[in-house]
Design a protein around this ligand. Structure first.
Ligand code: AMP
Ligand code: MG
Length: 409
């Protein structure tokens, strides 16, 4: 009897339980930290902005003095300068970002002022106290955690780190991943011209997207190419890969009953669990360990060979795994509810991830061919609908959508 299929959430939980954060970290310049994972909280040693400052080009005033006022200008404060206390009965010319002088309690923007011939300024509308003043610490208070450990840094966070004076950041070390492809039918593009491809052969496409996906997820990839077609050579290659890598990732050769060298080779060097996951595309999946000589092990993950299965299982399982190795807290993608503008008359027994794309009306269209071999669907799509087992979809239904922008970043 066939073993029952493993629910995706169970597979994910088991996998993530193995993904302990890697030891070691790097200190990198803020300029080079995009996409890296912060190791320790970034705590602000100062207030941002450092002092109360003007949000406008205009005049710093005492708001109570501004009834029918025509007031002389006693000083000029450009950004970068510090003014004198504001003399009673006067205003200060001030520019965006310049510190508000002591005594002033509002800024009047220059559009609401008229400069008279004698140089005095007529305030046309009485200001509210506090208006157009950016308060010290309104963005960041001294002592506040500005970026939490476990955050994957994005451009805004690099600016934020710089705004509290940090020039470099302590980040998680990049996971080192060894990538293998399996399958005697595979040919590398560039080695055989399309018109000369032998019957039964196909180009190795998984290798390209898997390498790019790993790199996007912050990994350092060593691409070992196609697994050697002898058992001994496969064992040697895996043993060698385990020595210097945290994870060995393969595609193909994990289907039931498939003849290939990877499964027995991993079993010889460590341990392997073959899972049948209740997900479509992407049912076959393998997780295990390849022991290192001496001590320790490299994680092993075997993805299915069908390109869309490989792509989708990477996003659902490998992505959170490699993010967790870097200590990322939010490793799972967010989904949103979106209107389906398509029919899916019969839900599958397995949880399905349908490739869909937004139409101009903000609804989702379904790619015409959802077969796990049709990689066009992944390039065409804006993301996937996470459809529960047995669930039919009719136009107008609300469905769970996970955007590729969420999954690929
Ligand atoms: P497998 O999981 O090895 O049984 O492969 C399932 C299907 O995916 C077969 O049609 C393979 O030819 C195809 N396949 C496996 N590996 C790759 C690859 N690297 N690139 C493109 N197709 C592949
Ligand atoms: Mg194969």
């Amino acid at each position: 009897m066939r073993a029952p299929l493993k629910p995706l959430d169970e597979a994910l939980a088991e996998l993530l339980a193995q993904a302990l954060p890697l030891a070691g970290d790097d200190t990198v310049d803020c300029f080079d930290a995009d996409g890296r994972v912060l190791r320790a909280d970034a705590v602000s040693p100062l207030q941002v902005p450092p002092q109360d400052n003007s949000a406008m080009d205009g005049y710093a005033v005492r708001s109570a003095e501004c009834t029918h006022a025509e007031l002389p200008v006693s000083q000029r404060i450009p950004a970068g300068a510090v003014g004198q206390p504001l003399a009673v009965g006067t205003v200060a010319r001030i520019f965006t970002g310049a510190p508000v002088p002591e005594g002033a309690d509002a800024i009047v923007m220059q559009e609401d002022c008229e400069v008279l011939e004698d140089g005095r300024v007529r305030i046309k509308a009485r200001p509210e106290a506090g208006q157009w003043i950016r308060r010290s610490g309104e963005d960041i208070r001294r002592g506040a955690t500005v970026i939490a450990a476990g955050t994957r840094l994005s451009p805004a966070e690099l600016g934020l780190a710089a705004s509290i004076g940090l020039a470099s950041l302590r980040v998680a070390r990049k996971p080192r991943v060894a990538l293998f492809s399996t399958g005697d039918e595979l040919v590398m593009p560039g080695t055989v011209a399309p018109e000369q491809m032998p019957p039964g052969s196909i180009y190795n496409s998984n290798r390209f997207f898997l390498r790019a996906l790993l790199q996007r997820m912050g990994c350092e990839v060593t691409d070992f190419g196609i697994v050697p077609d002898r058992r001994e050579a496969t064992v040697d290659a895996l043993r060698e890969a385990a020595r210097a890598h945290d994870l060995i990732l393969t595609s193909g050769g994990v289907s039931v009953g498939e003849e290939d060298h990877v499964k027995p080779a991993v079993q010889a060097l460590g341990q392997l669990d073959l899972w049948q996951i209740a997900v479509k595309p992407g049912k076959p999946f393998a997780y295990g360990h390849v022991n290192r000589e001496g001590e320790g092990f490299a994680h092993f993950i075997g993805l299915p060979g069908n390109p869309v299965s490989s792509f989708v299982t990477f996003l659902l399982l490998v992505r959170p795994f490699v993010l967790r190795l870097q200590g990322v807290q939010q490793a799972l993608p967010r989904s949103v509810e979106v209107r389906a503008d398509f029919h899916w008359p019969r839900g599958d027994k397995r949880r399905e991830f349908l490739r869909v794309r937004y139409n101009e009306g903000g609804g989702l269209e379904l790619f015409r061919n959802q077969s796990s071999g049709v990689l066009t669907s992944a390039a065409w799509g804006d993301g996937v609908v996470d459809n529960p087992p047995g669930q039919a979809i009719a136009p107008g239904d609300r469905v769970r959508f996970i955007a590729f922008s969420e999954l690929l970043s």
